[in-house]
Design a protein around this ligand. Structure first.
Ligand code: AMP
Length: 148
């Protein structure tokens, strides 16, 4: 099948909706016999806007500790859905930008993210899902999430 996805990337934020997003991606990967990968971006906070200086700098030790915590969380999630260590990536940065960069680097052809429909278009505009949709060079599946 020419249109089959070969490499599907899940962007995981460890929210309560993560399992739902993973399940959609896992089912698609099974259907297309695609490689399934997982990534998490440890936000370089305080959020650095290009127009401003960061208000507090994150020192190297703190960054390493956050990366390590992210790796542990991702490994736990990966184990549940049988994704091997070679397909798990944790990096520091800005989710909207770095999810797309990882997808480009790893030749992903479908990115799967969650999207909060409940808040309407206003919130979607500033969201990670929106940033990924706008900047990705491959297909993006935004899984509609509903908060109870
Ligand atoms: P949000 O815009 O924060 O509601 O996030 C929407 C979706 O983007 C989440 O369901 C995840 O799929 C993805 N996402 C958000 N933050 C991150 C992150 N730090 N690392 C990886 N994926 C993320």
């Amino acid at each position: 099948m020419d249109s089959a996805y070969q490499h599907i990337l899940i962007a995981a934020d460890f929210s309560s909706h993560t399992d739902e997003v993973c399940e959609k991606a896992r089912a698609l990967a099974e259907r297309y016999q695609a490689t399934l990968s997982l990534c998490h971006i440890v936000e370089d906070f305080p959020l650095t806007d290009f127009a401003y200086e960061p208000m507090i700098s994150v020192d190297i030790d703190m960054r390493d500790a956050l990366l390590e915590a992210g790796r542990k969380q991702l490994a736990k999630l990966a184990e549940k859905i049988h994704i091997p260590p070679a397909q798990q990536w944790v990096e520091c940065g800005s989710p909207g930008h770095d999810i797309v960069r990882i997808a480009d680097d790893k030749q992903v052809d479908l990115i799967v993210v969650g999207s909060h429909g409940r808040h309407g278009i206003k919130l979607l505009l500033g969201s990670t899902a929106n940033a990924v949709l706008h900047h990705a060079h491959c297909d993006v599946l935004a899984v509609r999430l509903r908060d109870d």
